[in-house]
Design a protein around this ligand. Structure first.
Ligand code: ADP
Ligand code: MG
Length: 295
């Protein structure tokens, strides 16, 4: 029986077991580029040494969220870490932010207080008590990761700075990892007492052409490709690089489109012209007036 050609399961038609170019930040599909690897290794060291504050900067699509998922994956393997990740930090005032920490870290409040009518000092006290107990008595490491940290307002950044004041002679009681676009830098650059507390900072840059190729090859083999032949010629890869400038999200999205187009046109190998064709189709689609776009 001939399988119907469908772009739904396109990856199985071309000989993959899994979708190679999905944009979800799956730690299994994390490729250790030089920069991602440097960032990951250093973050793990900082956390182990409980140095306090690490900040990762990077443009949209450079791999910050993917890196944070990989980091959580690594931390999960160790039993002595307690972590919480904030994906979209939009808080209405310090009390709301502290209350969210109390809720998410399952922090006990004294019997006569509940979250709704607690004040800032009570929340801070409860958090400090929790940090002391977990770190000093149970020898656990408490980690708060904040993605999209460029959205943090100045009041919350100031609260984070205060949390870093909870410390012993050797280490901080809470470990903060902030990941944010470059605007985060312009927000904190004038907060010298925040900047001074950064123990590790790193900027994720786009990939070079060689790493672009490695990322694509890695994704293809990780997705269980058994086809034997090379799907993208070298000239196709360099064209992909030209169009994406090495930004991982753009690379993955373009490769996804190329592969889909290969399936629907029954093309076995993508060359430069084929990549150009996919890119120009995409451009035309973008320029089309909305009412002409068929969905
Ligand atoms: N190191 C990596 N290995 C494999 N894929 C990656 C890597 N970094 C980024 N990607 C891909 O690029 C996409 C965009 O990365 P993402 O982490 O969402 O970027 P950011 O959070 O900086 O905007 C991810 O969904 C993932 O598919
Ligand atoms: Mg992100």
């Amino acid at each position: 029986m001939i399988k119907p050609k469908t772009t739904l399961g396109y990856y199985s038609v071309v000989g993959f077991e899994r979708e190679p170019f999905s944009t979800s930040p799956d730690p299994d599909f994390f490729y250790h580029t030089r920069e991602h690897d440097l960032a990951l290794t250093n973050l793990l060291i900082e956390l182990r040494l409980r140095r306090g504050l690490s900040v990762i900067f990077g443009d949209v699509g450079t791999g910050k969220t993917t890196l944070s998922r990989k980091l959580l994956h690594e931390l999960n393997k160790r039993g002595d870490m307690i972590f919480h990740m904030i994906l979209n930090p939009a808080f209405n005032g310090e009390d709301q932010f502290l209350a969210s920490l109390v809720r998410n870290f399952n922090i006990d409040l004294p019997d006569d207080i509940d979250l709704k009518n607690s004040d800032i000092m009570e929340l801070r006290d409860a958090i400090e008590k929790f940090l002391i107990q977990k770190t000093l008595e149970e020898n656990r490491t408490i980690i708060l990761l904040i993605d999209e940290a460029q959205k943090l307002d100045l009041a919350t950044l100031e609260t984070l700075r205060l949390l870093l004041n909870f410390e012993t002679n050797e280490h901080k009681l809470i470990q903060l990892v902030l990941l944010g676009q470059l605007e985060l830098y312009s927000k904190v650059v004038h907060m010298s007492n925040f900047i001074d507390r950064i123990s590790f900072k790193f900027t994720l840059n786009p990939l070079d052409v060689k790493e672009t190729e490695e990322l694509i090859d890695f994704r293809i083999s990780k997705a269980g490709y058994r086809g034997g032949k090379k799907l993208f010629l070298d000239e196709a890869i360099s064209e992909i690089y030209n169009h994406t400038k090495g930004y991982p999200r753009k690379i993955i999205m373009l490769c996804h489109k190329i592969l889909k187009e290969m399936v629907s046109q029954d093309v076995a190998i993508a060359d430069r012209a084929f990549v150009e064709e996919v890119v120009s189709k995409e451009r035309q689609w973008r320029m089309m007036p909305l009412e002409m776009v068929k969905v």
